[in-house]
Write a protein that binds this ligand. Sequence first.
Ligand SMILES: [Fe+2]
Ligand SMILES: [Fe+2]
Length: 200
Amino acid sequence: MARGKRRSASAKRSKRGGSRSRSSSARQQDAITLLKADHRQVEEWFAQFEKTNSSSRKQDLAQKICTALKAHTEIEEEIFYPAFLEATEEQDIHHEAEVEHDGAKKLIAQIERSGPDDEYFDARVTVLSEMIKHHVKEEEKRDGMFAKARQADMDLVALGEQLATRKAQVMGGEDSRMSRGRSIAEARGRESRMANSGRH
Ligand SMILES: [Fe+2]
Ligand SMILES: [Fe+2]
């Protein structure tokens, strides 16, 4: 929390200072553009999940969705949401968004603990997709969090830079965890196939 506050305060200062060069800001995505791009990416993976019948494809997409959503919710909660709350004092919007994140995170943890062999796997991914659809609508709607952030005194370019840096760190850590997780999942798959083949 304290870290989020410090970051958002510095984001405000840099706007007033106006020291950022045109060329460096042109290369950067502002905070809202970056967060919306994340939303579009997971929506696409959810749509692909819905269409496929392949278990391995489902596993792969669910993993991608969970990893992306964990990073997305983390950078929002750590950087964007505190800056939004500080700039707008919109406590209801902020708190509801955090509560929705908590609900999604519980489901994400369940999906990560299960796999396509679990009879509830598809249902969990479908319900997560519906929860995220609702949450994204709340963030992106007219008078929602992003619209209010655009109207407020927030340096969205500086925040975008902080979000991108933090996202790269979180995703970097997640990549090495994922490859470890995949080898464990593969080993478990082998064990369960061996157990099933011996069961008659
Ligand atoms: Fe979001
Ligand atoms: Fe969010």
